[in-house]
Ligand binder design. Structure first.
Ligand code: SF4
Length: 318
């Protein structure tokens, strides 16, 4: 009896934790999250920087929510929050390991109205046909790619043994060919692990072939699972300059940003943007008020232009 009671309490806790948010995101708007693994970490990676505790990798979920429970929780949340911009599929672990993902997305589509859909995945299963089939139905797919080679992947993301970086890269290219939505790549840099020039050049070469809609680069913002160090904003800015300037790179991490914005002349602004396009967020950090007035003038004289990439505005030379 006590056992039955405990089991029921566990089920209740899981169901209560399926939906989280809304969370306000600059990039995606007001997001309602669905956690496909609320009871425990179920992941095919065990990243050094994970915000969750270290855990043995798995290739499939053992603790599986029913579609019915997820949809019931989502319906209730959508009644409560009527101004949601995006429903985000995520997990304490890897959401594409959820075995009914394809069917779940179909059910979400039936009730979501014009709300957009997004998944945050580590990208390790993108070479699987069934995963591609499910992700094709989403408006935005965000995949991680921290490493260009297997040695780095093993060191940083510590994948389960059947995962191979070349399959991931091939899978991303194949998916990009057939996908009409926004494909965003996220790279998380860890000091002295994947910030070396060899890895950056490897990523750069691959990303030029992939041509994702946007590339988000960041570092550790919360306490990591293992004893590793992150990069500061300025280090990420330096590192972003090593990528080809045609790649739309957005610096996500805002840790230890420079204290005072600087004054740039017209020529300095143009030279900086010739080096690499900057986002409005970068400019707020780097440029003082007078420089921002100069930027506006350069925009109105058509020496600069703005380009939008999935909700982020980039400033570049015309
Ligand atoms: S993929 Fe995400 S959940 Fe899995 S170990 Fe890495 S950071 Fe953690």
């Amino acid at each position: 009896m006590l056992f039955i009671l405990l089991v029921n309490v566990t089920v209740l806790v899981k169901k209560n934790n399926i939906i989280f948010g809304p969370v306000l995101s600059r990039r995606f708007g007001k997001s309602l999250g669905i956690d496909l693994s609320p009871s425990k970490k179920q992941c095919n990676f065990d990243c050094l920087y994970c915000e969750l505790k270290p855990a043995k990798t798995v290739d499939s979920y053992s603790d599986i929510l029913s579609i019915e429970d997820i949809i019931t929780a989502l319906k209730a949340a959508l009644i409560k929050h009527q101004d949601i911009d995006v429903i985000t599929l995520t997990a304490n672990g890897e959401p594409t390991l959820y075995p009914y993902l394809n069917e779940l997305i179909d059910e979400i589509d039936k009730i979501k109205g014009d709300i957009k859909t997004l998944i945050l995945s580590n990208g390790a299963t993108i070479d699987k046909t069934e995963v591609q089939k499910a992700l094709l139905k989403l408006d935005t797919v965000k995949l991680s790619l921290d490493c260009a080679n297997m040695q780095c992947l093993k060191k940083l993301d510590r994948p389960s043994k059947n995962i191979d970086i070349e399959n991931i890269k091939r899978g991303m290219l194949a998916f990009k060919e057939i996908y009409n939505g926004a494909l965003i790549i996220e790279i998380l840099f860890v000091k002295d692990i994947n910030d070396d020039i060899q890895n950056i050049l490897g990523l750069n070469e691959y990303l030029l072939r992939l041509q994702p809609s946007r590339i988000d680069i960041g570092s550790i913002d919360r306490p990591p699972a293992y004893d590793v160090k992150g990069l500061q904003y300025e280090e990420l800015l330096m590192l972003s300059k090593k990528f080809d300037k045609s790649l739309p790179i957005y610096i996500v991490s805002r840790k230890n940003i420079p204290k005072s914005p600087q004054s740039y002349s017209d020529n300095e602004i143009l030279a900086t943007l010739n080096n690499r396009p900057l986002t409005g967020d970068d400019m707020e950090i780097l440029f003082d008020d007078e420089t921002m007035i100069r930027v506006k003038k350069l925009l109105s004289s058509a020496k600069l232009k703005k380009i939008e990439k999935e909700g982020i505005v980039f400033y570049t030379l015309t």
